[in-house]
Ligand binder design. Structure first.
Ligand SMILES: CC(C)(COP(=O)(O)OP(=O)(O)OC[C@H]1O[C@@H](n2cnc3c(N)ncnc32)[C@H](O)[C@@H]1OP(=O)(O)O)[C@@H](O)C(=O)NCCC(=O)NCCS
Length: 177
C-alpha cells in the first residue's frame, strides 16, 4: 500500500509525513514509551527526520511500512502501527513481515493497539500474498504480549535482539493462516 488511508471504527491509518515529526519526537523522547525498546529515548529531532526518510524509503521499496495512527473523534496523532518488511537476520528469520505499534502514553489502555493489530492482520490477509506475520516484544512488555495473544499470535522462543541498539531479551510471536 503506497498511498491512501485505512479506517477502523475509532482510528485512521495513513502514511507518516514530515509534519508528524514533532509528535514523533514527543513520543520517542518519552522514557515511558522507550522502556521496553532498548531504553534509549531520543533527544534530537534530527533523529526523527532520519527515521522519516527511512520510512519513506521502506514505502518505496516494499510498498508498506509503519503508518500514522489518528484518532477519528479528535483527529489527534496517536502514534504509529503497521507492517514492516525486515531484511535483517532476526531469531533465525530473514525477509519477513513484522507487525508493530507505538503510541503516546495518553492513548494507552483504550484497546487501540488491539484494534490496529486486527486491522493490519486483515489487511495482510486481503492484500498481501503472505500466510504468516511475526512480532517481537521485550520479555517484560506484558501489554504488547497481551495485544498479540488477543489477536491470535502464538508465543514462541525467547532470543537476544539488538535492533534498538542495546541487546534486549525478546519473545518471538507468529501468526499463520
Ligand atoms: C504496547 C502498547 C502499544 C499497547 O497499547 P494499548 O492501546 O494500550 O493496548 P490495548 O489497550 O489494545 O491492550 C493492552 C492490553 O494489555 C493489558 N495491559 C496493559 N498493561 C499491562 C501490564 N503492565 N501487565 C499486564 N497487562 C497489561 C491491558 O489491560 C490490555 O488488556 P485487556 O484488553 O485484556 O484489558 C502501548 O503500551 C505502547 O505504545 N507502549 C510503548 C511502545 C511499545 O512498547 N510498543 C510495543 C513494542 S513490542
Amino acid at each position: 500500500m503506497k498511498s491512501g488511508s485505512m479506517h477502523t471504527s475509532r482510528l485512521t491509518f495513513r502514511p507518516l509525513l514530515k509534519s508528524d515529526a514533532a509528535n514523533l519526537f514527543m513520543m520517542d523522547a518519552d522514557p515511558l514509551v522507550m522502556r521496553y525498546l532498548g531504553n534509549n529515548p531520543i533527544n534530537n529531532i534530527e533523529e526523527v527526520y532520519h527515521y522519516l526518510e527511512n520510512i519513506k524509503q521502506q514505502y518505496r521499496n516494499n510498498g508498506i511500512g509503519r503508518w500514522a495512527v489518528i484518532e477519528n473523534e479528535t483527529n489527534a496523532f496517536v502514534g504509529w502501527a503497521g507492517i514492516k518488511f525486515l531484511d535483517v537476520l532476526t531469531n533465525g528469520h530473514i525477509n519477513f513481515y513484522d507487525i508493530g505499534y507505538r503510541f503516546l502514553p495518553e492513548f494507552w489502555g483504550k484497546g487501540y493497539a488491539t484494534e490496529c493489530t486486527k486491522a493490519w492482520i486483515d489487511y495482510a490477509k486481503l492484500n498481501m500474498n503472505i500466510h504468516e506475520l511475526f512480532a517481537i516484544t521485550h520479555i517484560d512488555n506484558l501489554a504488547s504480549q497481551k495485544v498479540l495473544k488477543k489477536c491470535g499470535f502464538v508465543q514462541k522462543n525467547t532470543f537476544p535482539d539488538s535492533t534498538h541498539g542495546e541487546e534486549i531479551d525478546c519473545i518471538w510471536f507468529e501468526l499463520k493462516w
